[in-house]
Design a binder for this molecule. Sequence first.
Ligand SMILES: Nc1ncnc2c1ncn2[C@@H]1O[C@H](COP(=O)(O)OP(=O)(O)OP(=O)(O)O)[C@@H](O)[C@H]1O
Ligand SMILES: Nc1ncnc2c1ncn2[C@@H]1O[C@H](COP(=O)(O)OP(=O)(O)OP(=O)(O)O)[C@@H](O)[C@H]1O
Ligand SMILES: [Mg+2]
Ligand SMILES: [Mg+2]
Lengths: 171, 171, 165, 165
Amino acid sequence: MHLKNLTAYGFKSFPDKTALNFLPGITAIVGPNGCGKSNVADAIRWVLGEQSAKALRGGEMADVIFNGTDRRPPMGLAEVSLTIGGVDENCLRAAGVDLTFDEVTVTRRVCRDGSSEYFINKTPCRLKDIQQLFMGTGMGRASYSIMAQGNITQLLSSKPEDRRLVFEEAA
Amino acid sequence: MHLKNLTAYGFKSFPDKTALNFLPGITAIVGPNGCGKSNVADAIRWVLGEQSAKALRGGEMADVIFNGTDRRPPMGLAEVSLTIGGVDENCLRAAGVDLTFDEVTVTRRVCRDGSSEYFINKTPCRLKDIQQLFMGTGMGRASYSIMAQGNITQLLSSKPEDRRLVFEEAA
Amino acid sequence: TKELFTTTFQQIRENFRSLFAEIFGGGSADLYLVDEGDVLESGIEIVARPPGKQLRSISLLSGGEQTMTAVALLFAIYQVKPSPFCVLDELDAPLDESNINRFIRILQRFLAHSQFIVITHNKRTIAMADVLYGVTMQEQGVSKIVSVKFHKTGDATADQPARPL
Amino acid sequence: TKELFTTTFQQIRENFRSLFAEIFGGGSADLYLVDEGDVLESGIEIVARPPGKQLRSISLLSGGEQTMTAVALLFAIYQVKPSPFCVLDELDAPLDESNINRFIRILQRFLAHSQFIVITHNKRTIAMADVLYGVTMQEQGVSKIVSVKFHKTGDATADQPARPL
Ligand SMILES: Nc1ncnc2c1ncn2[C@@H]1O[C@H](COP(=O)(O)OP(=O)(O)OP(=O)(O)O)[C@@H](O)[C@H]1O
Ligand SMILES: Nc1ncnc2c1ncn2[C@@H]1O[C@H](COP(=O)(O)OP(=O)(O)OP(=O)(O)O)[C@@H](O)[C@H]1O
Ligand SMILES: [Mg+2]
Ligand SMILES: [Mg+2]
């Protein structure tokens, strides 16, 4: 499995539809303080099913929706899509996805009332289906694949019971 | 008031007596990861009366005593002295210090059993006397004069009730 | 002491508002008491809005923006009650080049009130210093301090190690 | 699942011990179950000792040492169960030059298993990248992405902005 494309629309500081293509190897994201780099990481974490608003640095889930600037009004919804290539047939089958090709696009959309909708290849689905799709691939929610800013030492400073979570994910 | 000299002996990674002179203006402390820079900040925080072992990144107060290396045995005590110039006469009087000159040296010593001894100009005193000496000068314990590594945003992320503490210190 | 707290709080608030606008080149910030009725117990809420942005809470600010907001608050307090000295341990780690320059400019303004001890890895911050100390661990696990003679222009010559007495 | 957890735990432990010694050029590290008797519920304790030092607990490690220890643990887990991708947000902020080089060397070893998305301000880390994206906020509060064509040697030419669709 590998990431191919991330498209954000109305998510945090991305009011206009913006796309980012990923290649194998290392992709570096740079820019001044406050320009929106960590928001890209948040978009990936969110579309994969993150349920905690606090993990997205907000108070409630609607805080991920573009809240406006001095010149633009707030938006009513946020939507992020993540296209993943090289998906394993078993995962596709488990999530009930059409097996014609190995690429899949996961989409999440939220409105001001805070309720989320999920889609796989533009077909509505449940959060469970998305979690099913990534089960056992290391891309799960509690996983160690997204290290938030300033959080790397969390692995060391958390309580011994909490550390287990990451080990269980890998088992 | 201004800092003139810090001398550490047996404190954290400073087994040998080491002195640091401070001048007015900006003093920069540099060096590779793990060489002992933050330990200098801890020495200042500790000699001014810090009571929480956690604020010194340890589990108990005896963790500030040099714990040995592959080639040196652990030591039995830690001692830090801080010389401060330009001390206000009222503060000196309040702490019962001889008024002949405006410089004062505060010393703290701890043994393996964890009990601390305090000295002003080499005369044993209580922690209260040291706190009395600095009362109202902004050098108090909870004060904002030492910003630990990674802690600057603590001021923003703490709960509203906890933030008061810093404001009260300034009042 | 109620009056004392209220006057101090109001002064810090004024300072914070102007320092924030100066540091961010615009925007607005404020402090307010969560419970106006109970001045002596009430918590303190912080509001900060970088220029052009509409923020719902300070937790949505970026790492660098939070650091600069905290710097504005710290120095707002210093303007009311300067501490004779201030130790800043790698405060500049999350900052980009332009924020490091702003941080240094603010620091310079407060030199008249306080001594600053700055622990840093950043070359720009180091170039600012009047005195530079290097901490080394030639013997594993044992810290030694080397004082580097320093003229503000930066031509540094390593001195003999700081007096290991 | 008890066997599964125990085997995974033992493998991660082996990897952590060897990666730590490699990253720190010596010293020793270990993982153990707080309560051996209750494998399925027990917490996990981490021990880390940089070369030459006698540490009482990992909380006494420095900021940079903690980051490098966490990196060793993260990649020890990756060796057992690589994730297809990994996002690292300013992991290099507390690191000095030599630790940044070590971090980059380790990262390169794992390229065969995973894609890395690295958010950074550090020039050395940037020079490592195969693809570089700049995030700008020309319009205040609105993020746009610009892709910079990049040859590993670093001669960058700014591309047209990433397709604002
Ligand atoms: N819902 C939202 N609507 C509009 N803007 C938002 C929203 N949520 C966050 N932001 C903006 O995103 C900005 C923070 O972006 P981000 O944390 O990605 O910055 P960064 O590039 O990581 O910066 P740094 O280098 O300081 O870490 C904030 O200034 C905030 O205004
Ligand atoms: N009681 C002690 N005895 C011996 N060594 C100690 C003791 N307490 C801490 N140390 C050592 O001090 C080191 C950490 O020092 P410190 O935190 O000052 O590093 P630093 O220079 O700030 O590094 P960084 O740049 O990574 O923040 C640890 O490696 C630890 O071994
Ligand atoms: Mg960020
Ligand atoms: Mg440090």
